[in-house]
Design a protein around this ligand. Structure first.
Ligand code: 5GP
Ligand code: ZN
Length: 105
């Protein structure tokens, strides 16, 4: 599959990985918009938030337990933003579900 994030997950494209487990991977955004800017992606290729179903409930719950640990690890636990853009109209440029974890500035 021609997906940048699947290739990053598989190690076929290099990235600065921060965290990984059986279900998800986190790495630094190549073009950080804020001082701290990481991306958290499920290993499963889900095209966007619009494609999330009940089938993904445990996976998404798990990702939301990883997010505060990552925020702590990256030193932004006291203030951070989590964003997912769904669809080109909303600015999604990579069609593999991902959560931006960003410091406030
Ligand atoms: P979107 O615009 O889809 O919400 O977010 C995609 C993000 O992926 C962008 O912030 C962009 O900088 C980042 N990105 C795109 N290609 C790569 C890449 O090859 N490596 C990394 N680490 N980030 C990427
Ligand atoms: Zn993918």
């Amino acid at each position: 599959m021609d997906c940048i994030f699947c290739k990053i997950i598989e190690g076929l494209i290099p990235s600065e990985k921060i965290y990984e487990d059986d279900l998800c991977v986190a790495f630094y955004d190549i073009e950080p918009q804020t001082r701290v800017h990481a991306l958290i992606v499920p290993r499963e290729h889900i095209p966007s938030a619009a494609a999330i179903t009940e089938h993904h409930a445990a996976l998404l719950g798990h990702i939301w337990t990883v997010i505060p640990k990552l925020a702590e690890q990256l030193g932004v636990a006291e203030g951070f933003r989590v964003v997912t853009n769904s669809g080109a109209d909303a600015g999604q440029t990579v069609a593999h579900l991902h959560f931006h974890l960003q410091s406030p500035k």
